[in-house]
Each structure stands twice: as C-alpha cells, then as structure tokens.
Design a protein around this ligand. Structure first.
Ligand code: CA
Length: 229
C-alpha cells in the first residue's frame, strides 16, 4: 500500500452508515480510518493523519461541532478539510453560524456519489499530488498521475521515494518538514525507518534535481528539517 494513498477519517456513530462510507471510499481508492465517537476521532486524527475528515454532527458525548472546532484550532490539523454531515438543513445553518470552520456541509440522507465528489474536491484543494494533479514550482513540473517530473523542460528520473518526497515538498512550498513528518508522509506510519534514511533520500533527490544543472531548490533548516524554497 503506497504511503501517499490519501486517507479519509470517517466519524459516524451509526455502524451501517459508517460501513457504507467505508465501502464507497475504499472503492474510490482511499484508505479509510473510522471512529464511532468524537473522543476516538481526536485520537485517530493524530495517529492516522487523515487528508480529509467526514464528520457526523450528532455523535454521543463530544459532538461533531466540538470535534470540528478542535480540528480547526490545533495548528497541526487546521489545514485538514472537514465535511460535516447533518440530518437537517437547519442544523447546517447552525453549524455555519457557529463558525466551526467546517469546509463543506452535506445533508442526510445524502447521495453517496455526491459525497464522494465533495471528498475528492476537498482532497484536490488540500493534497493536489495525492489527487493526481500537476504541481509546479519555479521550473519544476510534477505530474502526479503519470509520475513524471520535468525541470526546465527536461525529464528527471526519480525513484519512488524521491518522487513522493518531491511531491510532499511541492504541495506546500516554503513549509519546513521535520524528518519525522517526512517519514510519516513519505514512508508511512507503520514502517520503522531511521531518520537518517530521510537524509539519504534527500541527497538523492538533490542530485536528481541538479542533474541538468540548475540551483538546489531544497533548503536544509538546521535543527528543524527540510523545505522547498
Ligand atoms: Ca449520528
């Protein structure tokens, strides 16, 4: 399973609805993490680092609104898109009024196809490389669908790890990634790899990017990690 397969966290207390969502999201190529209450959702948010959250409003104990508010308050999860599900349109009006920061709202009963389209739209916005789009940074062009990288019009040959590293950097130019964050994103959370491995692959990526000449676009941030630009 590739580490860059996008993950959707589904938070829904009704088992049947949770399974319908899981089935359909998996059929669309997503990895699915599921929680049946808000407290568990907040734990999974940290463990699974989802790319999109589908969040039911009516949950036992901690409500969907409160979960959404916490997602949008924490600096490490603020950028994760949240799609709120609600049984009634009046509730959605209230969510909007409460400024929970939800990125989209869907009324139950929803069309599964419609919800899948909304999930993909949020993914395209938040994780363009994972959604198979083209990314551009200065003279570097990365096509996530064909897995090709061009620099100044010349193709670069990258290994799969270097490709995932570059797409991670190109999704958020300027962002400083720690070695641990790069391990989670590029290698996946279930795999044990030494942080020095990151340095080895960064070295390979730098070499590949410079093969036809051109400046090194990667920046080593002392004590912090690496950034593009
Ligand atoms: Ca519910």
């Amino acid at each position: 399973m590739p580490a860059d397969q996008p993950t959707v966290l589904v938070v829904e207390d009704e088992a049947a609805q949770r399974e319908v969502l899981r089935y359909n999201l998996e059929a669309e190529g997503f990895r699915v993490a599921a929680a049946d209450n808000g407290e568990e959702a907040l734990v999974m948010l940290e463990e699974e680092a989802p790319d999109v959250v589908v969040l039911d409003w009516m949950l036992p104990n901690l409500s969907g609104i409160e979960v959404c508010r916490q997602i949008k308050t924490r600096t490490d999860t603020r950028g994760v898109p949240v799609i709120m599900l609600s049984a009634r349109s009046e509730e959605i009006d209230r969510v909007r009024g409460l400024e929970t920061g939800a990125d989209d709202y869907v009324i139950k009963p929803y069309s599964v196809r419609e919800l899948m389209a909304r999930v993909k739209a949020q993914l395209r916005r938040a994780r363009p490389a994972a959604a198979g789009l083209q990314l551009e940074y200065e003279d570097i062009l990365l096509d996530a669908e064909t897995h090709r990288v061009m620099r100044s019009g010349k193709e670069l040959k990258l290994g799969p790890t270097e490709f995932r590293l570059l797409s991670t950097f190109m999704e958020k130019p300027g962002r400083v990634w720690s070695r641990e964050q790069l391990l989670d994103r590029v290698w996946g959370r279930d795999i044990y790899v030494d942080t020095r491995t990151v340095d080895v692959h960064i070295g390979r990526l730098r070499k590949a990017l410079g093969i036809h000449g051109g400046d090194d676009p990667l920046r080593t941030v002392r004590g912090a990690g690496y950034a593009l630009g």
